[in-house]
Design a protein around this ligand. Structure first.
Ligand code: ADP
Ligand code: MG
Length: 232
């Protein structure tokens, strides 16, 4: 049986008539499946943002929390690399004014304060539900590799560990994961673990219609999901 905390995440969304999870909820869900996520806190005042930042530790990323803003950076709803209290206060106000200007109808639920993860190899893990075959899992490298080159691999969930390794091996740019052209190597064991965790999550949570972890930053050791979106 799945963790009751998971049921609770879906119940809250349902009670609020939402067909999606906020980033912090999607990350909490990922975290419950053992996927490494950023530390985070949702706040509703500038002072609370400063307090949360002190607790989490700098550098900090601030993001909008609004049901009308699912693509946060397009709307001016993401500020990265904040290093002090002044930056938090300015960033908090800037995000709110950006959203008021860019999405005038948006209801602002709060501001998400989160740990800024160090740079790493960007990967994307996603899922959509095929009407006949059920949930699929997609893997690719971030940025142009997925968006322009469509260099991705797919499997139906659930996958085995061998399937996950094959997914890493099937993309054309796979050498990037091994540190081609002076790039840092990416921890492939961790990517495989994340793919298996996603598979388990999709199998146990039929509520999930779409998943988009974009990006996950992968290091020589370990990884961190810095954005996650779930459509119900
Ligand atoms: P969007 O809703 O626009 O996809 P994201 O949450 O993905 O917003 O943020 C936009 C970009 O900001 C990400 O692609 C990533 O490069 C960077 N970013 C976001 N959160 C973090 C974080 N916690 N640590 C480091 N970089 C981040
Ligand atoms: Mg994103």
């Amino acid at each position: 049986m799945r963790d009751p905390q998971i049921d609770n995440i879906f119940q809250v969304a349902k009670a609020e008539n939402r067909n999606f999870l906020f980033e912090h909820e999607a990350k909490m869900l990922c975290g419950l499946y053992g996927i490494p996520i950023t530390k985070l806190e949702v706040v509703k005042t500038e002072d609370a943002a400063v307090e949360a930042a002190n607790k989490i530790g700098y550098p900090i990323v601030l993001k909008i929390v609004s049901p009308q803003v699912l693509h946060k950076s397009d709307a001016g709803g993401v500020i990265v690399g904040i290093n002090d209290e002044k930056g938090i206060r300015e960033g908090y106000q800037r995000i709110i004014s950006n959203i008021r200007k860019n999405v005038p109808t948006a209801v602002i639920d709060g501001i998400l304060v989160q740990e800024m993860a160090p740079r790493g190899t960007e990967i994307i893990i996603g899922s959509t539900v095929d009407p006949t075959f059920g949930p699929t899992i997609m893997f690719g490298l971030g940025g142009i590799f997925v968006e322009i080159l469509k260099d991705v691999s797919f499997r139906l969930a659930p996958i085995t560990k061998d399937d996950a390794w094959e997914m890493l091996d099937e993309i054309k740019a796979k050498k990037i994961l091994d540190g081609a052209r002076g790039m840092p190597k990416a921890d492939k064991d961790t990517i495989v673990d994340i793919l298996l965790a996603v598979s388990k999550m999709l199998t146990e949570c039929p509520e999930i219609k779409e998943l988009d972890m974009n990006p996950v930053l992968v290091y020589e050791k370990g990884a961190r999901a810095v954005d996650a979106r779930v459509i119900l």
